[in-house]
Design a protein around this ligand. Structure first.
Ligand code: ATP
Length: 246
């Protein structure tokens, strides 16, 4: 098991219950999505799992030092003065005993894994596109050799075509490394593309969970059906206002 969350509860100051008895598991090498509308408690769960927030009660079981997180806005999480290669090299040095020469080799491998090359390695973050920065953020997370990657709306800020590239690279990276993913997203297309299992959250609770195809193709809960219906599909046309000629 890569991650086990049991009966997690988070009550913020003022008494607001953001997470209310949430349990789920990610098997080793598995890929679990946590979906739900804005405010359902997804990010709070992710922050507790990665140690950025403390739970009020409940347990998170994960091998220490083996979780990395990728955020929606990679620019915020990258050091603007550091080249991509130097950033990767630093993370590798922190997490391994590799020699300088082997670290350089590993840096090249990581760049290749995320579809970048030496030229990008020499660049500062500001010289990169949003999609390239997200590739760097993923390479940096993988440089720590984690067992679990927590991705919080990691492709939400990107153009759809770039999203597809990043999702494909995540699928490939999982196949290549056996890493597990916890995917926090409101985007059900993302869930279908990269995840095997899904947990549906509503008002801090898990309302439904199971295999992605089962939950999305034959949801058991009314809330899940509403969530699926609220997602625009290809060919979706916004409804016209009443009284307008159509
Ligand atoms: N530090 C905080 N103090 C008080 N309330 C908070 C805090 N952080 C989050 N909340 C509240 O907890 C609830 C859950 O927030 P959370 O960010 O986990 O939801 P989410 O499902 O990730 O939503 P989104 O997709 O919009 O990020 C929200 O109502 C939010 O306002």
């Amino acid at each position: 098991m890569s991650l086990e969350v049991r009966d997690l509860r988070k009550v913020f100051k003022g008494g607001f219950v953001a997470v209310d008895g949430v349990s789920f598991q990610v098997p080793a090498g598995g890929s679990l999505a946590v979906v739900g509308e804005s405010g359902s408690g997804k990010t709070t769960c992710a922050r507790i799992i990665t140690g950025l927030e403390r739970a009020t009660s409940g347990t998170v079981t994960v091998a220490p030092g083996t979780v990395q997180m990728v955020f929606q806005d990679p620019y915020q999480s990258l050091d603007r003065r550091q080249t991509v290669a130097s950033c990767l090299n630093e993370v590798i040095a922190h997490h391994s005993d590799l020699s300088k020469r082997d670290r350089a080799v590993r840096t090249g491998e990581l760049l290749a894994l995320v579809g970048l090359d030496e030229r990008h390695g020499d660049a500062l973050p500001r010289a990169l596109s949003g999609g390239q920065r997200q590739r760097v953020a993923i390479a940096r997370a993988l440089a720590a050799d984690p067992q679990l990657l927590v991705l919080d709306e990691a492709v939400a800020a990107l153009d759809v075509s770039i999203q597809a590239q990043i999702l494909n690279l995540l699928v490939d990276a999982r196949a290549a490394t056996g890493i597990a993913y916890l995917f926090i997203t409101h985007d059900l297309a993302v869930v279908r593309h990269v995840c095997e299992d899904v947990v549906v959250m509503h008002r801090g609770r898990v309302v439904e969970s199971g295999r992605v195809e089962r939950v999305l193709d034959s949801p058991a809960e009314a809330y899940t059906r509403r969530l699926i219906r609220s997602v625009p599909r290809p060919g979706w046309v916004p409804a016209r206002g009443a009284g307008r000629a159509g």
